[in-house]
Design a protein around this ligand. Structure first.
Ligand SMILES: NC(=O)C1=CN([C@@H]2O[C@H](COP(=O)(O)OP(=O)(O)OC[C@H]3O[C@@H](n4cnc5c(N)ncnc54)[C@H](O)[C@@H]3O)[C@@H](O)[C@H]2O)C=CC1
Ligand SMILES: CC(=O)C(=O)O
Length: 337
């Protein structure tokens, strides 16, 4: 094992489809010496640990997988959150919010205190909203809390464009931005194949509004189409989350559309950023045309609306709790009626 892999730990909350696929990807492409899995389903957890370790013995690759507690996971270099409910066919990612936010609260409260240098990588959905609240719940610096965001959608976009243009996907620079969800949008104006703008790279007459709509619908609907047949998506996100872990541990400084806090939009959504050992090293400003700018603002407005709804509900609960406590004190004093 090379020097950089020594004493590197990646903790994964949730060892269902996504968590186990990520762990398996880390075993096949070793970048750390330890993977810690945390899941309240203890039978599943033990079985996943044994099965994953079986995959490490043949090559003696130096990565070991073990079960851990939230306190163990809190000391990892990277803490990945895949824990949570997933969409049933026809359900939206946003419908998972209240269940997965409760799980997120449990996880971060069980982890305190957290390694101050850890990077929290959110995968569970709705990933942009969970990333927003993980910043608050973790107590970590803003730049150390990020979500996989539209990295997966952008890969799907490159895949479909590659088929249409008959070139390799990695020769295409194309970004889906905004929400990892229905309000996402494609930054068409900046797509290039090699250095050639997409419109010129496609056969004449192909770059039409219909073409754009068809590709956008394909990309936006890709997860639902897979979930309808197999009940989950795991390989794409497993590979992407493992790559992001590598960019972090090796300070690779790749530019990817990750979900992170956008101060001007007051929410977390995906915009290109440089990713390295400290998480979001810096934003990489991107030129958007007027229509794309409007889509970004609409997307942020939508996410902000969801966040405001959660925060109002929380505030109402706190106020109710405090009113009930006052009532109890008054009753206890004998001053109540
Ligand atoms: N961001 C993205 O691009 C993608 C996100 N996802 C999301 O990832 C999440 C996980 O999906 P799957 O693995 O397919 O679901 P799954 O149901 O197979 O696994 C979820 C696991 O989380 C565990 N869990 C629940 N509470 C926990 C806690 N407090 N601590 C640790 N583990 C806990 C469950 O016991 C379960 O084993 C879902 O929210 C899904 O929507 C899935 C694919 C892509
Ligand atoms: C499930 C999900 O978020 C995805 O595959 O994009």
């Amino acid at each position: 094992m090379d020097e950089q892999k020594l004493n590197r730990t990646i903790a994964i909350f949730g060892c269902g489809e996504v968590g186990a696929t990520l762990a398996y990807t880390l075993v096949l492409n070793p970048i750390c010496n330890e993977v810690i899995l945390v899941d309240p389903k203890t039978d599943l957890l033990e079985a996943q640990v044994r099965d994953l370790n079986d995959a490490t013995f043949r090559g003696n690759n130096g990565t070991r997988v073990r079960a851990g507690t939230p306190r163990d996971a809190a000391q990892a270099d990277i803490i990945v959150i895949t824990a949570g409910a997933k969409q049933k066919p026809g359900e939206s990612r946003l419908s998972l919010l209240s269940r997965n936010l409760n799980i997120l609260r449990t996880i971060f409260s069980a982890m305190q205190p957290i390694n101050p240098h850890a990077i929290a990588l959110l995968v569970a959905n709705p990933v942009d909203i969970l990333t927003y609240f993980a910043r608050k719940l973790s107590g970590l610096p803003e730049s150390q809390v990020l979500g996989t965001g539209t990295t997966l959608d952008s890969a799907r976009l490159r895949g479909v464009l590659a088929q249409r243009a008959e070139v390799a996907p990695n020769s295409i620079d194309a970004y889906v931005l905004g929400e990892h969800g229905d309000s996402q949008f494609i930054a068409w104006s900046s797509i290039t194949i090699g250095t050639t703008p997409l419109e010129q790279a496609l056969p004449e007459g192909h770059f039409t509004p219909n073409f754009k709509q068809e590709i956008a619908e394909h990309t936006r609907g890709a997860a639902a189409a897979i979930i309808a047949s197999k009940g989950c998506t795991a390989y794409g996100i497993g590979n992407i989350a493992a790559s992001i872990c590598k960019y972090i541990l090796y300070d690779v400084r790749c530019v990817r559309p990750l979900s992170y806090y956008q101060p001007d939009l007051e929410c977390c959504l995906s915009m290109p950023a440089v990713i390295g050992r400290k998480g979001i090293v810096r934003a990489m400003p991107m030129r958007l045309d007027e229509g794309e700018r409007r889509e970004l603002e609409a997307c942020a407005g939508h996410l902000r609306g969801v966040i405001d709804g959660v925060e109002m509900e929380l505030k109402a609960k706190v106020e109710l709790q405090s009113a009930l406590e006052k009532e109890t004190v008054r009753g206890g004093d004998g001053s109540g009626s």
